[in-house]
Design a protein around this ligand. Structure first.
Ligand SMILES: [Zn+2]
Length: 182
């Protein structure tokens, strides 16, 4: 970072502090040449993202709109707004990291469903019903069946999960190899 006083490019960091709720880092620097002190800010560069909707229309990605939709789907499911905000932040970060300037609304929907699946099955089905525009009871039944199949096949993400699994008896504990005969 070039010193604003003497243009020397070597400086040392005196202090780093997280600001804007962790979204940027403020660094107090001292020029190694002239000893002047200056401040720099480091931020994630956000590229504006365009969402392509199912009808082909385009609109700019709006994280608060996504959050509102998720809050609606998750009403009375006991999921806190903080959890939903975190999911939205993660999704936005994921889209940003793709490096593409356009994203299909269906891709966003899949990301939301993927996140909700691990949080609340009720919220998952509710969000799916809106997002996939369910036409009738069969759509719900199909989604529930898929959800059931996926959750019973999926390997647990952490060791606590398998205790709740219905098929516990048929599944060996994951740490068999550690506590086994050897
Ligand atoms: Zn300097």
């Amino acid at each position: 970072m070039q010193c604003p006083y003497c243009q020397n490019t070597d400086s040392r960091v005196l202090e780093s502090r997280s600001t804007e709720g962790g979204k940027s880092i403020r660094r107090r620097r001292e020029c190694l040449n002239c000893k002047h002190r200056f401040t720099t800010y480091e931020r994630i560069e956000f590229v504006p993202i365009t969402v392509i909707k199912k009808d082909g229309n385009r609109e700019s990605f709006d994280s608060s709109k996504l959050l509102r939709g998720m809050i609606r789907a998750c009403e009375k499911t006991g999921i806190s707004q903080q959890v939903l905000e975190n999911i939205v932040d993660e999704i936005e970060a994921q889209i940003q990291q793709n490096g593409k300037k356009e994203v299909k609304s269906t891709e966003i929907g899949e990301l939301v469903l993927h996140s909700l699946k691990g949080v609340s099955e009720v919220a998952y089905v509710r969000f799916a019903s809106v997002y996939k525009q369910f036409q009738g009871i069969n759509d719900f039944v199909d989604t529930l069946k898929n959800l059931q199949r996926e959750t019973s096949i999926e390997l647990p993400n952490n060791s606590n999960h398998w205790h709740y699994s219905k098929s516990e008896e048929t599944k060996p504990p994951i740490h068999t190899s550690i506590v086994g005969i050897n």
